[in-house]
Design a protein around this ligand. Structure first.
Ligand code: GDP
Ligand code: MG
Length: 167
């Protein structure tokens, strides 16, 4: 997960937003530390986490925030809902509006349907989310922080797209 002595070519700020309890903190814990907890509490004092990766021979440090109101300066956003809670998907347009009002207009956004491991409790059809994402010009993936499904891919999608924009 990154050699600390490595020189950093880019720092990209990414924010995780969405309703409470959709799994934002666990997605971040999975990506930054490869950890998951079923009884996650609010992380006090930790403002963001980082992970350094290499894209096209450049080292990119992702600085990832999962607290609301950190949109300023963000070049990427993960808009997260819970596939087992319809309401969290229905709130996505509001989060998107909020994001577009506060962030850079070129911000790269991915819509994330988390908790894909709970297929038997699904309330949001994949097609609904796919259609919404397409209409709004967002990337889209379903993830499971618990099973580590698509978490890497989701971050890589956003970070690579940002990288391509600045290069
Ligand atoms: P946040 O409020 O959006 O940061 O949500 P948390 O990351 O604190 O997660 C809320 C609850 O959902 C916790 O009990 C997590 O363990 C659980 N959770 C998070 N991601 C997943 C997942 O992918 N699958 C399942 N089954 N539970 C998850
Ligand atoms: Mg949280």
């Amino acid at each position: 997960y990154g050699d600390p002595s490595q020189k950093i070519d880019y720092v990209f700020k990414v924010v995780l937003i969405g309703d409470s309890a959709v799994g934002k903190s666990q997605i971040l814990a999975r990506y930054a530390r490869n950890e998951f907890s079923l009884d996650s509490k609010a992380t006090i004092g930790v403002e963001f986490q980082t992970r350094t990766l290499v894209i096209e021979h450049k080292s990119v440090k992702a600085q990832i925030w999962d607290t609301a109101g950190q949109e300023r300066g963000a070049v990427g956003a993960m808009l997260v809902y819970d596939i087992t809670k319809r309401q969290t998907f229905d709130h996505i347009p509001r989060w998107l509006e909020e994001l577009r009002g506060h962030a850079d207009k070129n911000i790269v956004i991915i819509l994330i349907g988390n908790k894909s491991d709970l297929e038997n409790q699904r309330e949001v059809p994949t097609e609904d989310a796919k259609e919404f994402a397409q209409k709004e010009g967002l990337f889209f993936l379903e993830t499971s922080a618990l099973e580590a499904t698509n978490v890497e891919t989701a971050f890589l999608t956003v970070l690579t797209e940002i990288f391509n924009i600045v290069n």
